[in-house]
Design a protein around this ligand. Structure first.
Ligand SMILES: Nc1ncnc2c1ncn2[C@@H]1O[C@H](COP(=O)(O)OP(=O)(O)OP(=O)(O)O)[C@@H](O)[C@H]1O
Length: 615
């Protein structure tokens, strides 16, 4: 089958809004600020609409409200309803995973958005070829996303959202950062997509005349009010009707913005009043009343009817596309995979991402091995030599703290680096946040287990610790759970705070936990009022468990070198007594760390969810 046909099967969805008010709180002031002041408009299917206006006019606010990104403070009527699921939102900045190629990124989008049950993998590949070709990205299909130019990134963003053929596309300033030729190409591409029956709405700053004329409708905002809604071609005549004459050789779009900006006096009231006349939406002949092709009175009446309150319905009708051969293909609908399927796909993507980012994998693993060997060389036979037992507990402490620090810091930085991608993908219904979150947990946990196992095993063997499987497994288990706990706390801090504050709080909280770990100051020496801190320190539980693993369970005697007259720690139990850990309960300690892991993981999910919605 020709997969490109899937893209032609467009539902026409008109967006209508009226009495749209958006109010925001102003710090230290009782009254609210009205960003949008009761505006009204219709963005039709098959049309490319530009939302324009001076800076601060409310363009992004309108866009965010229509896409559903902004909900609070909004009142009025928006007719798009459930059809929002059929919308794609292309945000101003283009964010992709840097280590994936264009083709891989497209394939991931296709598999996450469309079920294999309705479109086979082979068909998806054909669809991708078609899209890459249409968006002039074929030559870059093997290029890593981080190496794309600004225009290529924008086209890739559009291609990704086109994969499941949305009926409505919103784009926030799609030409920002592009040169004039790329800007023209991008808007021309959008016009082509609109011609196929989609509703395409974008905000734009100062378009050139060429670009301006590509739009079907221009919707201008000025201080939260609509000061023009009509075709680009009618702009000059519209402004003239309120006494604003566009100078010769002046770009009408610039003049329109200058008027909206108040450069020729405050004309907002007059422009807003004149903009209510819907005739500006039709071509100029209507104004002159000369041409038979001008919209008939019936058309205008129908349009007026659709604008009247109470009459407007979400319009979902199928657009007939000419030259389609197979009606079967036309009626073929795509639907998304189940969230369970998406979970597996996301786990695969997380793994791939992990192996592509060599700093995250090979460098970290190499440093773990190196540091572990250094510790082994440094502490020598501390595990068995009775004279070195304080040092040996120090080494256990180092094991704990090293794993904690090297895990908490990347944890803090994990989501801030990805948040824009997650926001874009969850908003555009690629998957649910909980699915992604679960996939990252499922992927990262084995990695922590493997990395900490490598690190601990080398140090354990090199420092002559007891060669007993039971002790080793308990020691390792304690190290692994505290590593996972560090990741949980790191991710939590990273979702609550920005990276700078997160790393600061991460370092400070680790230092506090260290103080209450029972090594630097013995537990029974901590002032009673502050002792509760020890009971919330995962490092304390881990340290106690690691010490119990090595010295508890009737280990017996350690080696006292013949040169030593007296070995205080000859009996292993003396070490436990020294640190006040003879009553330590391994199972209880593990449970306490597991509870903290669960708390951090649950909290992180909700803070991440909140962050994605509010930023
Ligand atoms: N959540 C908010 N809290 C406070 N003020 C807000 C909020 N959202 C928007 N505003 C204010 O509303 C006005 C319009 O903002 P908006 O971002 O919609 O403008 P814009 O037309 O997109 O501007 P620009 O072209 O500069 O991006 C601005 O003055 C902005 O400060």
């Amino acid at each position: 089958m020709d997969s490109s046909k899937l893209l032609k099967n467009v539902y026409g969805i008109d967006i209508h809004f009226e009495d749209l008010v958006y109010q925001v709180n102003v710090p230290k002031k009782p009254e609210k600020k009205s960003v949008l002041k009761g505006i009204k408009g219709t963005f039709k299917s098959g049309e490319l609409t530009a939302i324009m206006g001076p800076s601060g006019a409310g363009k992004s606010s309108l866009m965010n409200i229509l896409t559903g990104l902004t909900k609070s403070g909004v009142s009025g009527k928006i007719e798009i309803g459930k059809a929002r699921k059929l919308c794609g939102y292309i945000m101003q900045d283009d964010h992709f995973f840097p280590y994936f190629t264009v083709e891989e990124t497209m394939l991931m989008a296709a598999t996450l958005k469309i079920s294999n049950q309705c479109v086979s993998l082979k068909e998806k590949r054909t669809l991708i070829d078609y899209l890459l070709n249409s968006l002039k990205l074929t030559k870059t299909r093997q290029t890593k996303c981080s190496n794309l130019s600004g225009g290529q990134k924008k086209r890739l963003s559009i291609a990704l959202e086109l994969i499941d053929n949305p009926a409505v596309l919103f784009l926030d300033e799609p030409t920002t950062g592009l040169d004039s030729s790329s800007s023209f190409d991008t808007i021309q591409l959008l016009r082509g997509l609109a011609n196929e029956g989609r509703t395409i709405v974008c905000t734009i700053h100062q378009p050139s005349t060429n670009i301006y004329n590509l739009f079907n409708l221009v919707y201008v905002l000025s201080a939260g009010r609509c000061t023009y809604q009509g075709t680009p071609q009618n702009t000059v005549m519209f402004l003239s009707s309120v006494g604003l004459e566009c100078p010769p050789y002046h770009n009408p779009a610039d003049f329109l913005l200058e008027c909206a900006n108040g450069d020729y006096g405050d004309q907002t009231e007059a422009l807003a009043e004149a903009a209510k006349d819907i005739r500006w939406r039709y071509d100029q002949q209507l104004m002159q009343g000369e041409d038979a092709d001008a919209p008939s009175e019936t058309q205008v009446a129908k349009f007026n009817e659709s604008q009247s309150p109470g009459q407007v319905q979400v319009q979902v009708q199928k657009i007939e596309i000419q030259n389609m051969e197979s009606s079967k293909d036309l009626t073929k609908h795509t639907y998304p995979p189940t969230e369970y399927m998406r979970l597996w796909l996301l786990i695969g993507r997380c793994h791939l991402q992990f192996f592509r980012d060599w700093t995250l994998t090979y460098l970290k693993l190499g440093i773990h091995v190196l540091c572990s060997i250094l510790i082994g060389l440094f502490f020598g036979d501390s595990g068995s030599n009775a004279t070195k037992q304080i040092s040996n507990v120090g080494m256990i402490m180092i094991h704990c703290v090293y794993l904690w620090y090297t895990t908490i810091m990347p944890g803090i930085l994990r989501y801030p680096a990805e948040i824009e991608i997650i926001r874009k993908e969850t908003f555009n219904n690629w998957y649910k946040l909980r699915t992604y979150y679960l996939a990252t947990i499922i992927t990262s946990t084995p990695v922590h287990i493997i990395f900490s196992t490598v690190y601990i095993t080398i140090g354990y063997l090199m420092t002559d610790q007891p060669v007993e499987m039971d002790r080793f497994v308990k020691y390792l288990l304690s190290a692994v759970v505290v590593t996972i706990c560090a990741d949980g706390l790191g991710v939590f801090l990273g979702t609550v705070l920005n990276p700078v504050n997160g790393t600061f709080v991460g370092a400070v909280s680790t230092s506090c936990m260290l103080m209450f770990s029972g090594f630097l100051i013995l537990l029974n020496h901590i002032p009673a009022a502050m002792r509760f801190m020890a009971y919330i320190s995962p490092l304390r539980y881990a340290l106690e468990n690691m010490v119990i693993s090595l010295y508890g369970n009737q280990r017996g005697q350690l080696i006292c070198p013949p040169t030593e007259f007296y070995c205080h720690f000859k009996n292993a139990v003396t070490v436990l007594r020294q640190f006040g850990m003879e009553d330590g309960d391994f199972g209880h300690n593990i449970l306490m760390i597991l509870i903290q892991i669960a708390i951090f993981k649950v909290l992180s999910y909700f803070t991440l969810k909140h962050k994605i919605k509010t930023n």
